[in-house]
Design a protein around this ligand. Structure first.
Ligand SMILES: Nc1ncnc2c1ncn2[C@@H]1O[C@H](COP(=O)(O)OP(=O)(O)OP(=O)(O)O)[C@@H](O)[C@H]1O
Length: 234
């Protein structure tokens, strides 16, 4: 489970994240929604110990990420799928990650198959398409068989088959009892994937609710989302 408690992150005078608190529970897919610049990536980076909050804190399974022993075995994350050393082969990238994190790499070929890269394992990462890099990023996130998954815009660059595959993967990970937090701007996809929603705007919490409670009668998720954002405008 993930807990964000009174989190604020200022850049200069403006707050990218503003006194944000929420809990992400296991066994369901939680969609993390908000317009461009709402503070989603900043929040995810703080949860992952890549940035420090100005005030407040974030914990994974009750402790700060930085204190986790062999963190990839607890938390798998996909932040920026392009931020991978392009000269390495896809399988070498996963082997390197496994080695540096004390994870067995016997299952790497199976993992590449799972993410649809069975034929691309020996290709250099720099030559992969964006969608293929996203799939590799998902493989990296799953490498340590973690209970918690944080995925920032994992649908970027995926083709229709890839989007459907991701939907099935996220649902099966949640059904296994894992905690799955996924940010996306694709409202139609979130409508059929997420069980729970955390919605933020200008760094503040706008909704933390089951998707069935969030969507207003007679409206789509997209329409409801737009309305909630409009209503939160100063
Ligand atoms: N390193 C930084 N320095 C200054 N400002 C930053 C920095 N990182 C983020 N910001 C600002 O913080 C705010 C929140 O950005 P963030 O990337 O967290 O939003 P987001 O919800 O992930 O947006 P998007 O949907 O566009 O990816 C933005 O105004 C952004 O410009």
């Amino acid at each position: 489970m993930i807990e964000v408690i009174g989190l604020t992150r200022r850049f200069g005078r403006s707050a990218a994240v503003d006194d944000l608190s929420f809990t992400v529970n296991p066994g369901k897919i939680t969609g993390f929604l908000g317009p461009n610049g709402a503070g989603k990536t900043t929040t995810l980076r703080i949860i992952l110990g890549l940035d420090r909050p100005t005030t407040g804190r974030a914990t994974v399974n009750g402790v700060p990420y930085r204190t986790l022993d062999r963190p990839l075995t607890h938390v798998g994350a996909l932040l920026d799928a392009s931020a991978v050393q392009g000269g390495r082969r896809a399988d070498q990238h996963l082997q390197w990650l496994a080695r540096t994190n004390g994870i067995s790499f016997r299952g790497i070929n199976g993992l590449l198959e799972t993410v649809g890269l069975g034929d691309a394992g020996r290709r250099r990462v720099g030559g992969l398409s964006l969608g293929m890099k996203q799939r590799l990023g998902v493989a990296a996130a799953l490498l340590g068989d973690p209970e918690v998954l944080l995925l920032d815009e994992p649908l970027n660059g995926l083709d229709p088959e890839g989007i459907r595959w991701m939907r099935g993967l996220l649902k099966s990970l949640a059904a296994e009892g894992r905690t799955v937090l996924v940010s996306s701007h694709l409202m139609h996809e979130m409508a059929v994937t997420a069980d729970h929603l955390i919605v933020i705007g200008r760094g503040r919490l706008l909704a933390d609710t089951e998707i069935t409670q969030f969507v207003r009668p007679g409206m789509s998720l997209e329409d409801t989302f737009m309305r909630v954002i409009e209503e939160s405008a100063p």
